[in-house]
Design a binder for this molecule. Structure first.
Ligand code: UTP
Length: 292
């Protein structure tokens, strides 16, 4: 491996977002606003905070709003400047100045593993992060930063996990593994199953949308057959990686919101709005006034 630092983060954003229809008929799910920022921006900020300086977004048909969002908007900036709206101007500029971005297309939504494979040429022979933008994680130390710190130590693939109770586990990839003697949040993975029936789930440790992967995953994905739902599953690829490399699960510190789901987005909106200095006090009073 030529470079062992995690510099690149892949954002798969080519899915249909069916759980958020009808909005996602014409708005990419990744552009849905959580308070006032598209959910993908939370992920990009997390990647930057973890030391990644190259962002690769995997897009598809109908996703051009994502590219527009991260571009410089001359017309908007010019208008804001003329009107003396310097605070809003700074907000718009911050977005376009954030980072070096590249885009790659996934012609057909053939699964998360396939989306990751599309970024192969841009990633090359180095470890990289994968961030699923609809998992928004609120944490004191950004989740990916927690994982990069561990990666720097173990130099192996790491998957973020969260304990999910009851039948809801069937909506996730699930890990089996044994705890690491030195770190209670870390465990060595022995098996992975995508969307198991509740009775067949090997544990309660569900895979959440943050990964650090070694580049060996690309060759494995190339030869992984289509799995659950007729899609190339990243979970199946990581299971293949286990034949030659160690893989770790990591129970991150923080709260994860599934912002790709209507109820998850509602909860995230309430929690993020309450934490805002400009909105929180007013919003708290409003919530208290509701006769629930
Ligand atoms: P999801 O399964 O949450 O996204 O995939 P989805 O398929 O868009 O949403 P629903 O379930 O129909 O509502 C997680 C991430 O992986 C991307 C999605 O865009 C999302 O950000 N993805 C998924 C791809 O880029 N390509 C795919 O083929 C599948």
């Amino acid at each position: 491996m030529s470079n062992t630092k995690v510099r690149k983060a892949i954002f798969p954003a080519a899915g249909f977002g069916t759980r958020f229809l009808p909005a996602t008929k014409s708005i990419p799910k990744e552009m849905l606003a959580l308070v006032d920022k598209p959910i993908i921006q939370y992920g990009v900020e997390e990647a930057l905070a973890a030391g990644c300086d190259q962002i690769v977004i995997v897009t598809g048909r109908g996703k051009s709003a994502i590219e527009d969002y991260f571009d410089i908007s001359y017309e908007l900036e010019c208008t804001l400047e003329k009107r003396g709206k310097t605070d809003l101007l700074a907000l718009s500029r911050n977005v376009s100045n954030m980072v070096h971005l590249s885009y790659v297309r996934q012609k057909e939504a053939m699964g998360l593993g396939h989306a990751v494979l599309m970024a192969r040429d841009l990633v090359g022979d180095e470890p990289f992060a994968v961030i699923l933008p609809d998992d928004v994680i609120d944490a004191r130390v950004p989740c990916l930063k927690q994982m990069v710190d561990i990666y720097n130590d173990v130099q192996s693939s790491i998957i973020a996990t969260q304990v999910i109770e009851g039948p809801a586990i069937s909506a996730y990839g699930v890990l089996a593994g044994s705890p690491d003697p030195g770190n209670p949040r870390l465990f060595a993975v022995s098996d992975l199953v995508e969307k198991p029936k509740p009775a067949e789930a090997p544990s309660k440790n569900a895979i959440i949308g943050r990964y650090i992967l070694t580049p060996a995953i690309f060759d494995v994905l190339e030869r992984t057959p289509l799995g659950t739902g007729g899609e190339l599953q990243l979970t199946d690829g990581i299971k293949g990686l286990l034949a030659t490399e160690k893989v770790y699960g990591y129970s991150f510190e923080g709260v994860r919101h599934d912002a790709g789901d209507k109820f998850g987005m509602l909860k995230a909106t309430v929690e993020f709005a309450l934490k805002r200095d400009d909105l929180g006090p007013q919003f708290r009073d409003y919530l208290k006034s509701l006769k629930l």
